[in-house]
Design a binder for this molecule. Structure first.
Ligand SMILES: Cc1cc2nc3c(=O)[nH]c(=O)nc-3n(C[C@H](O)[C@H](O)[C@H](O)COP(=O)(O)O)c2cc1C
Length: 173
């Protein structure tokens, strides 16, 4: 058996990669690529997302306690890379990645029009877990484009998955 030291978490990949949108108390929007998330409860509906304390996204979520998960298609890999390698502190990633903002229904963080699944969340608890904050949140709305999601399952070869690290993205086939 091989002992894993630093990258133990890769045993839990591939994971769906999504675009995490947020808003600051000054109304500024941001988007980052994210894979470390899990459903945490069905009743009440809860989710946990882990974000590095250093990321601009963490700063914004701490301010407004809101975020949205936007699930991209495989055609959006370039946007995923831009949103996962640059900081909203330095650039407007919506512009750089050609992403169109739309209004969410229950939160003020934006949604991304090009995406095909959405979960709107309100943070109820922030847990300090070392390099990351774990944002525990209520799911206040969730929607999907039913062309890509049949009988509660993503259809094959639609959504990108993340193997771990910053470069490896592949698709369910
Ligand atoms: C595929 C992919 C998945 C990522 N997953 C996470 C994650 O789960 N948590 C995290 O904190 N950063 C993750 N990152 C890194 C952030 O997206 C990246 O550092 C980003 O530039 C932070 O942006 P911000 O400063 O605008 O918030 C991921 C990057 C990529 C490319």
């Amino acid at each position: 058996m091989l002992t894993l030291k630093e990258n133990f978490y890769r045993l839990l990949h591939p994971k769906i990669v999504f675009l995490l949108t947020s808003v600051g108390s000054d109304g500024k929007h941001n988007v980052m690529s994210c894979a470390w998330a899990t459903p945490a409860s069905e009743e009440p509906p809860k989710i946990i997302v882990c974000v590095s304390k250093e990321h601009y996204t963490a700063e914004l979520i701490l301010q407004t306690k809101e975020f949205a998960i936007n699930i991209p298609t495989k055609e959006m890999v370039k946007a995923i890379w831009i949103c996962g390698s640059k900081s909203g502190r330095d650039v407007d990633k919506f512009k750089e990645a050609n992403l169109t903002k739309t209004k969410a229904s229950k939160i003020s963080a934006p949604l991304i029009k090009e995406c095909i699944g959405f979960i709107e969340c309100k943070v109820t608890e922030v847990i300090d877990v070392g390099e990351c904050y774990a944002f525990v949140a209520d799911v206040v709305e969730s929607m999907v484009d039913e062309r890509y999601f049949k009988k509660s399952v993503w259809i094959d070869n639609t959504i990108p998955m993340h193997l771990g690290g910053k470069k490896i993205v592949y698709f369910v086939s």
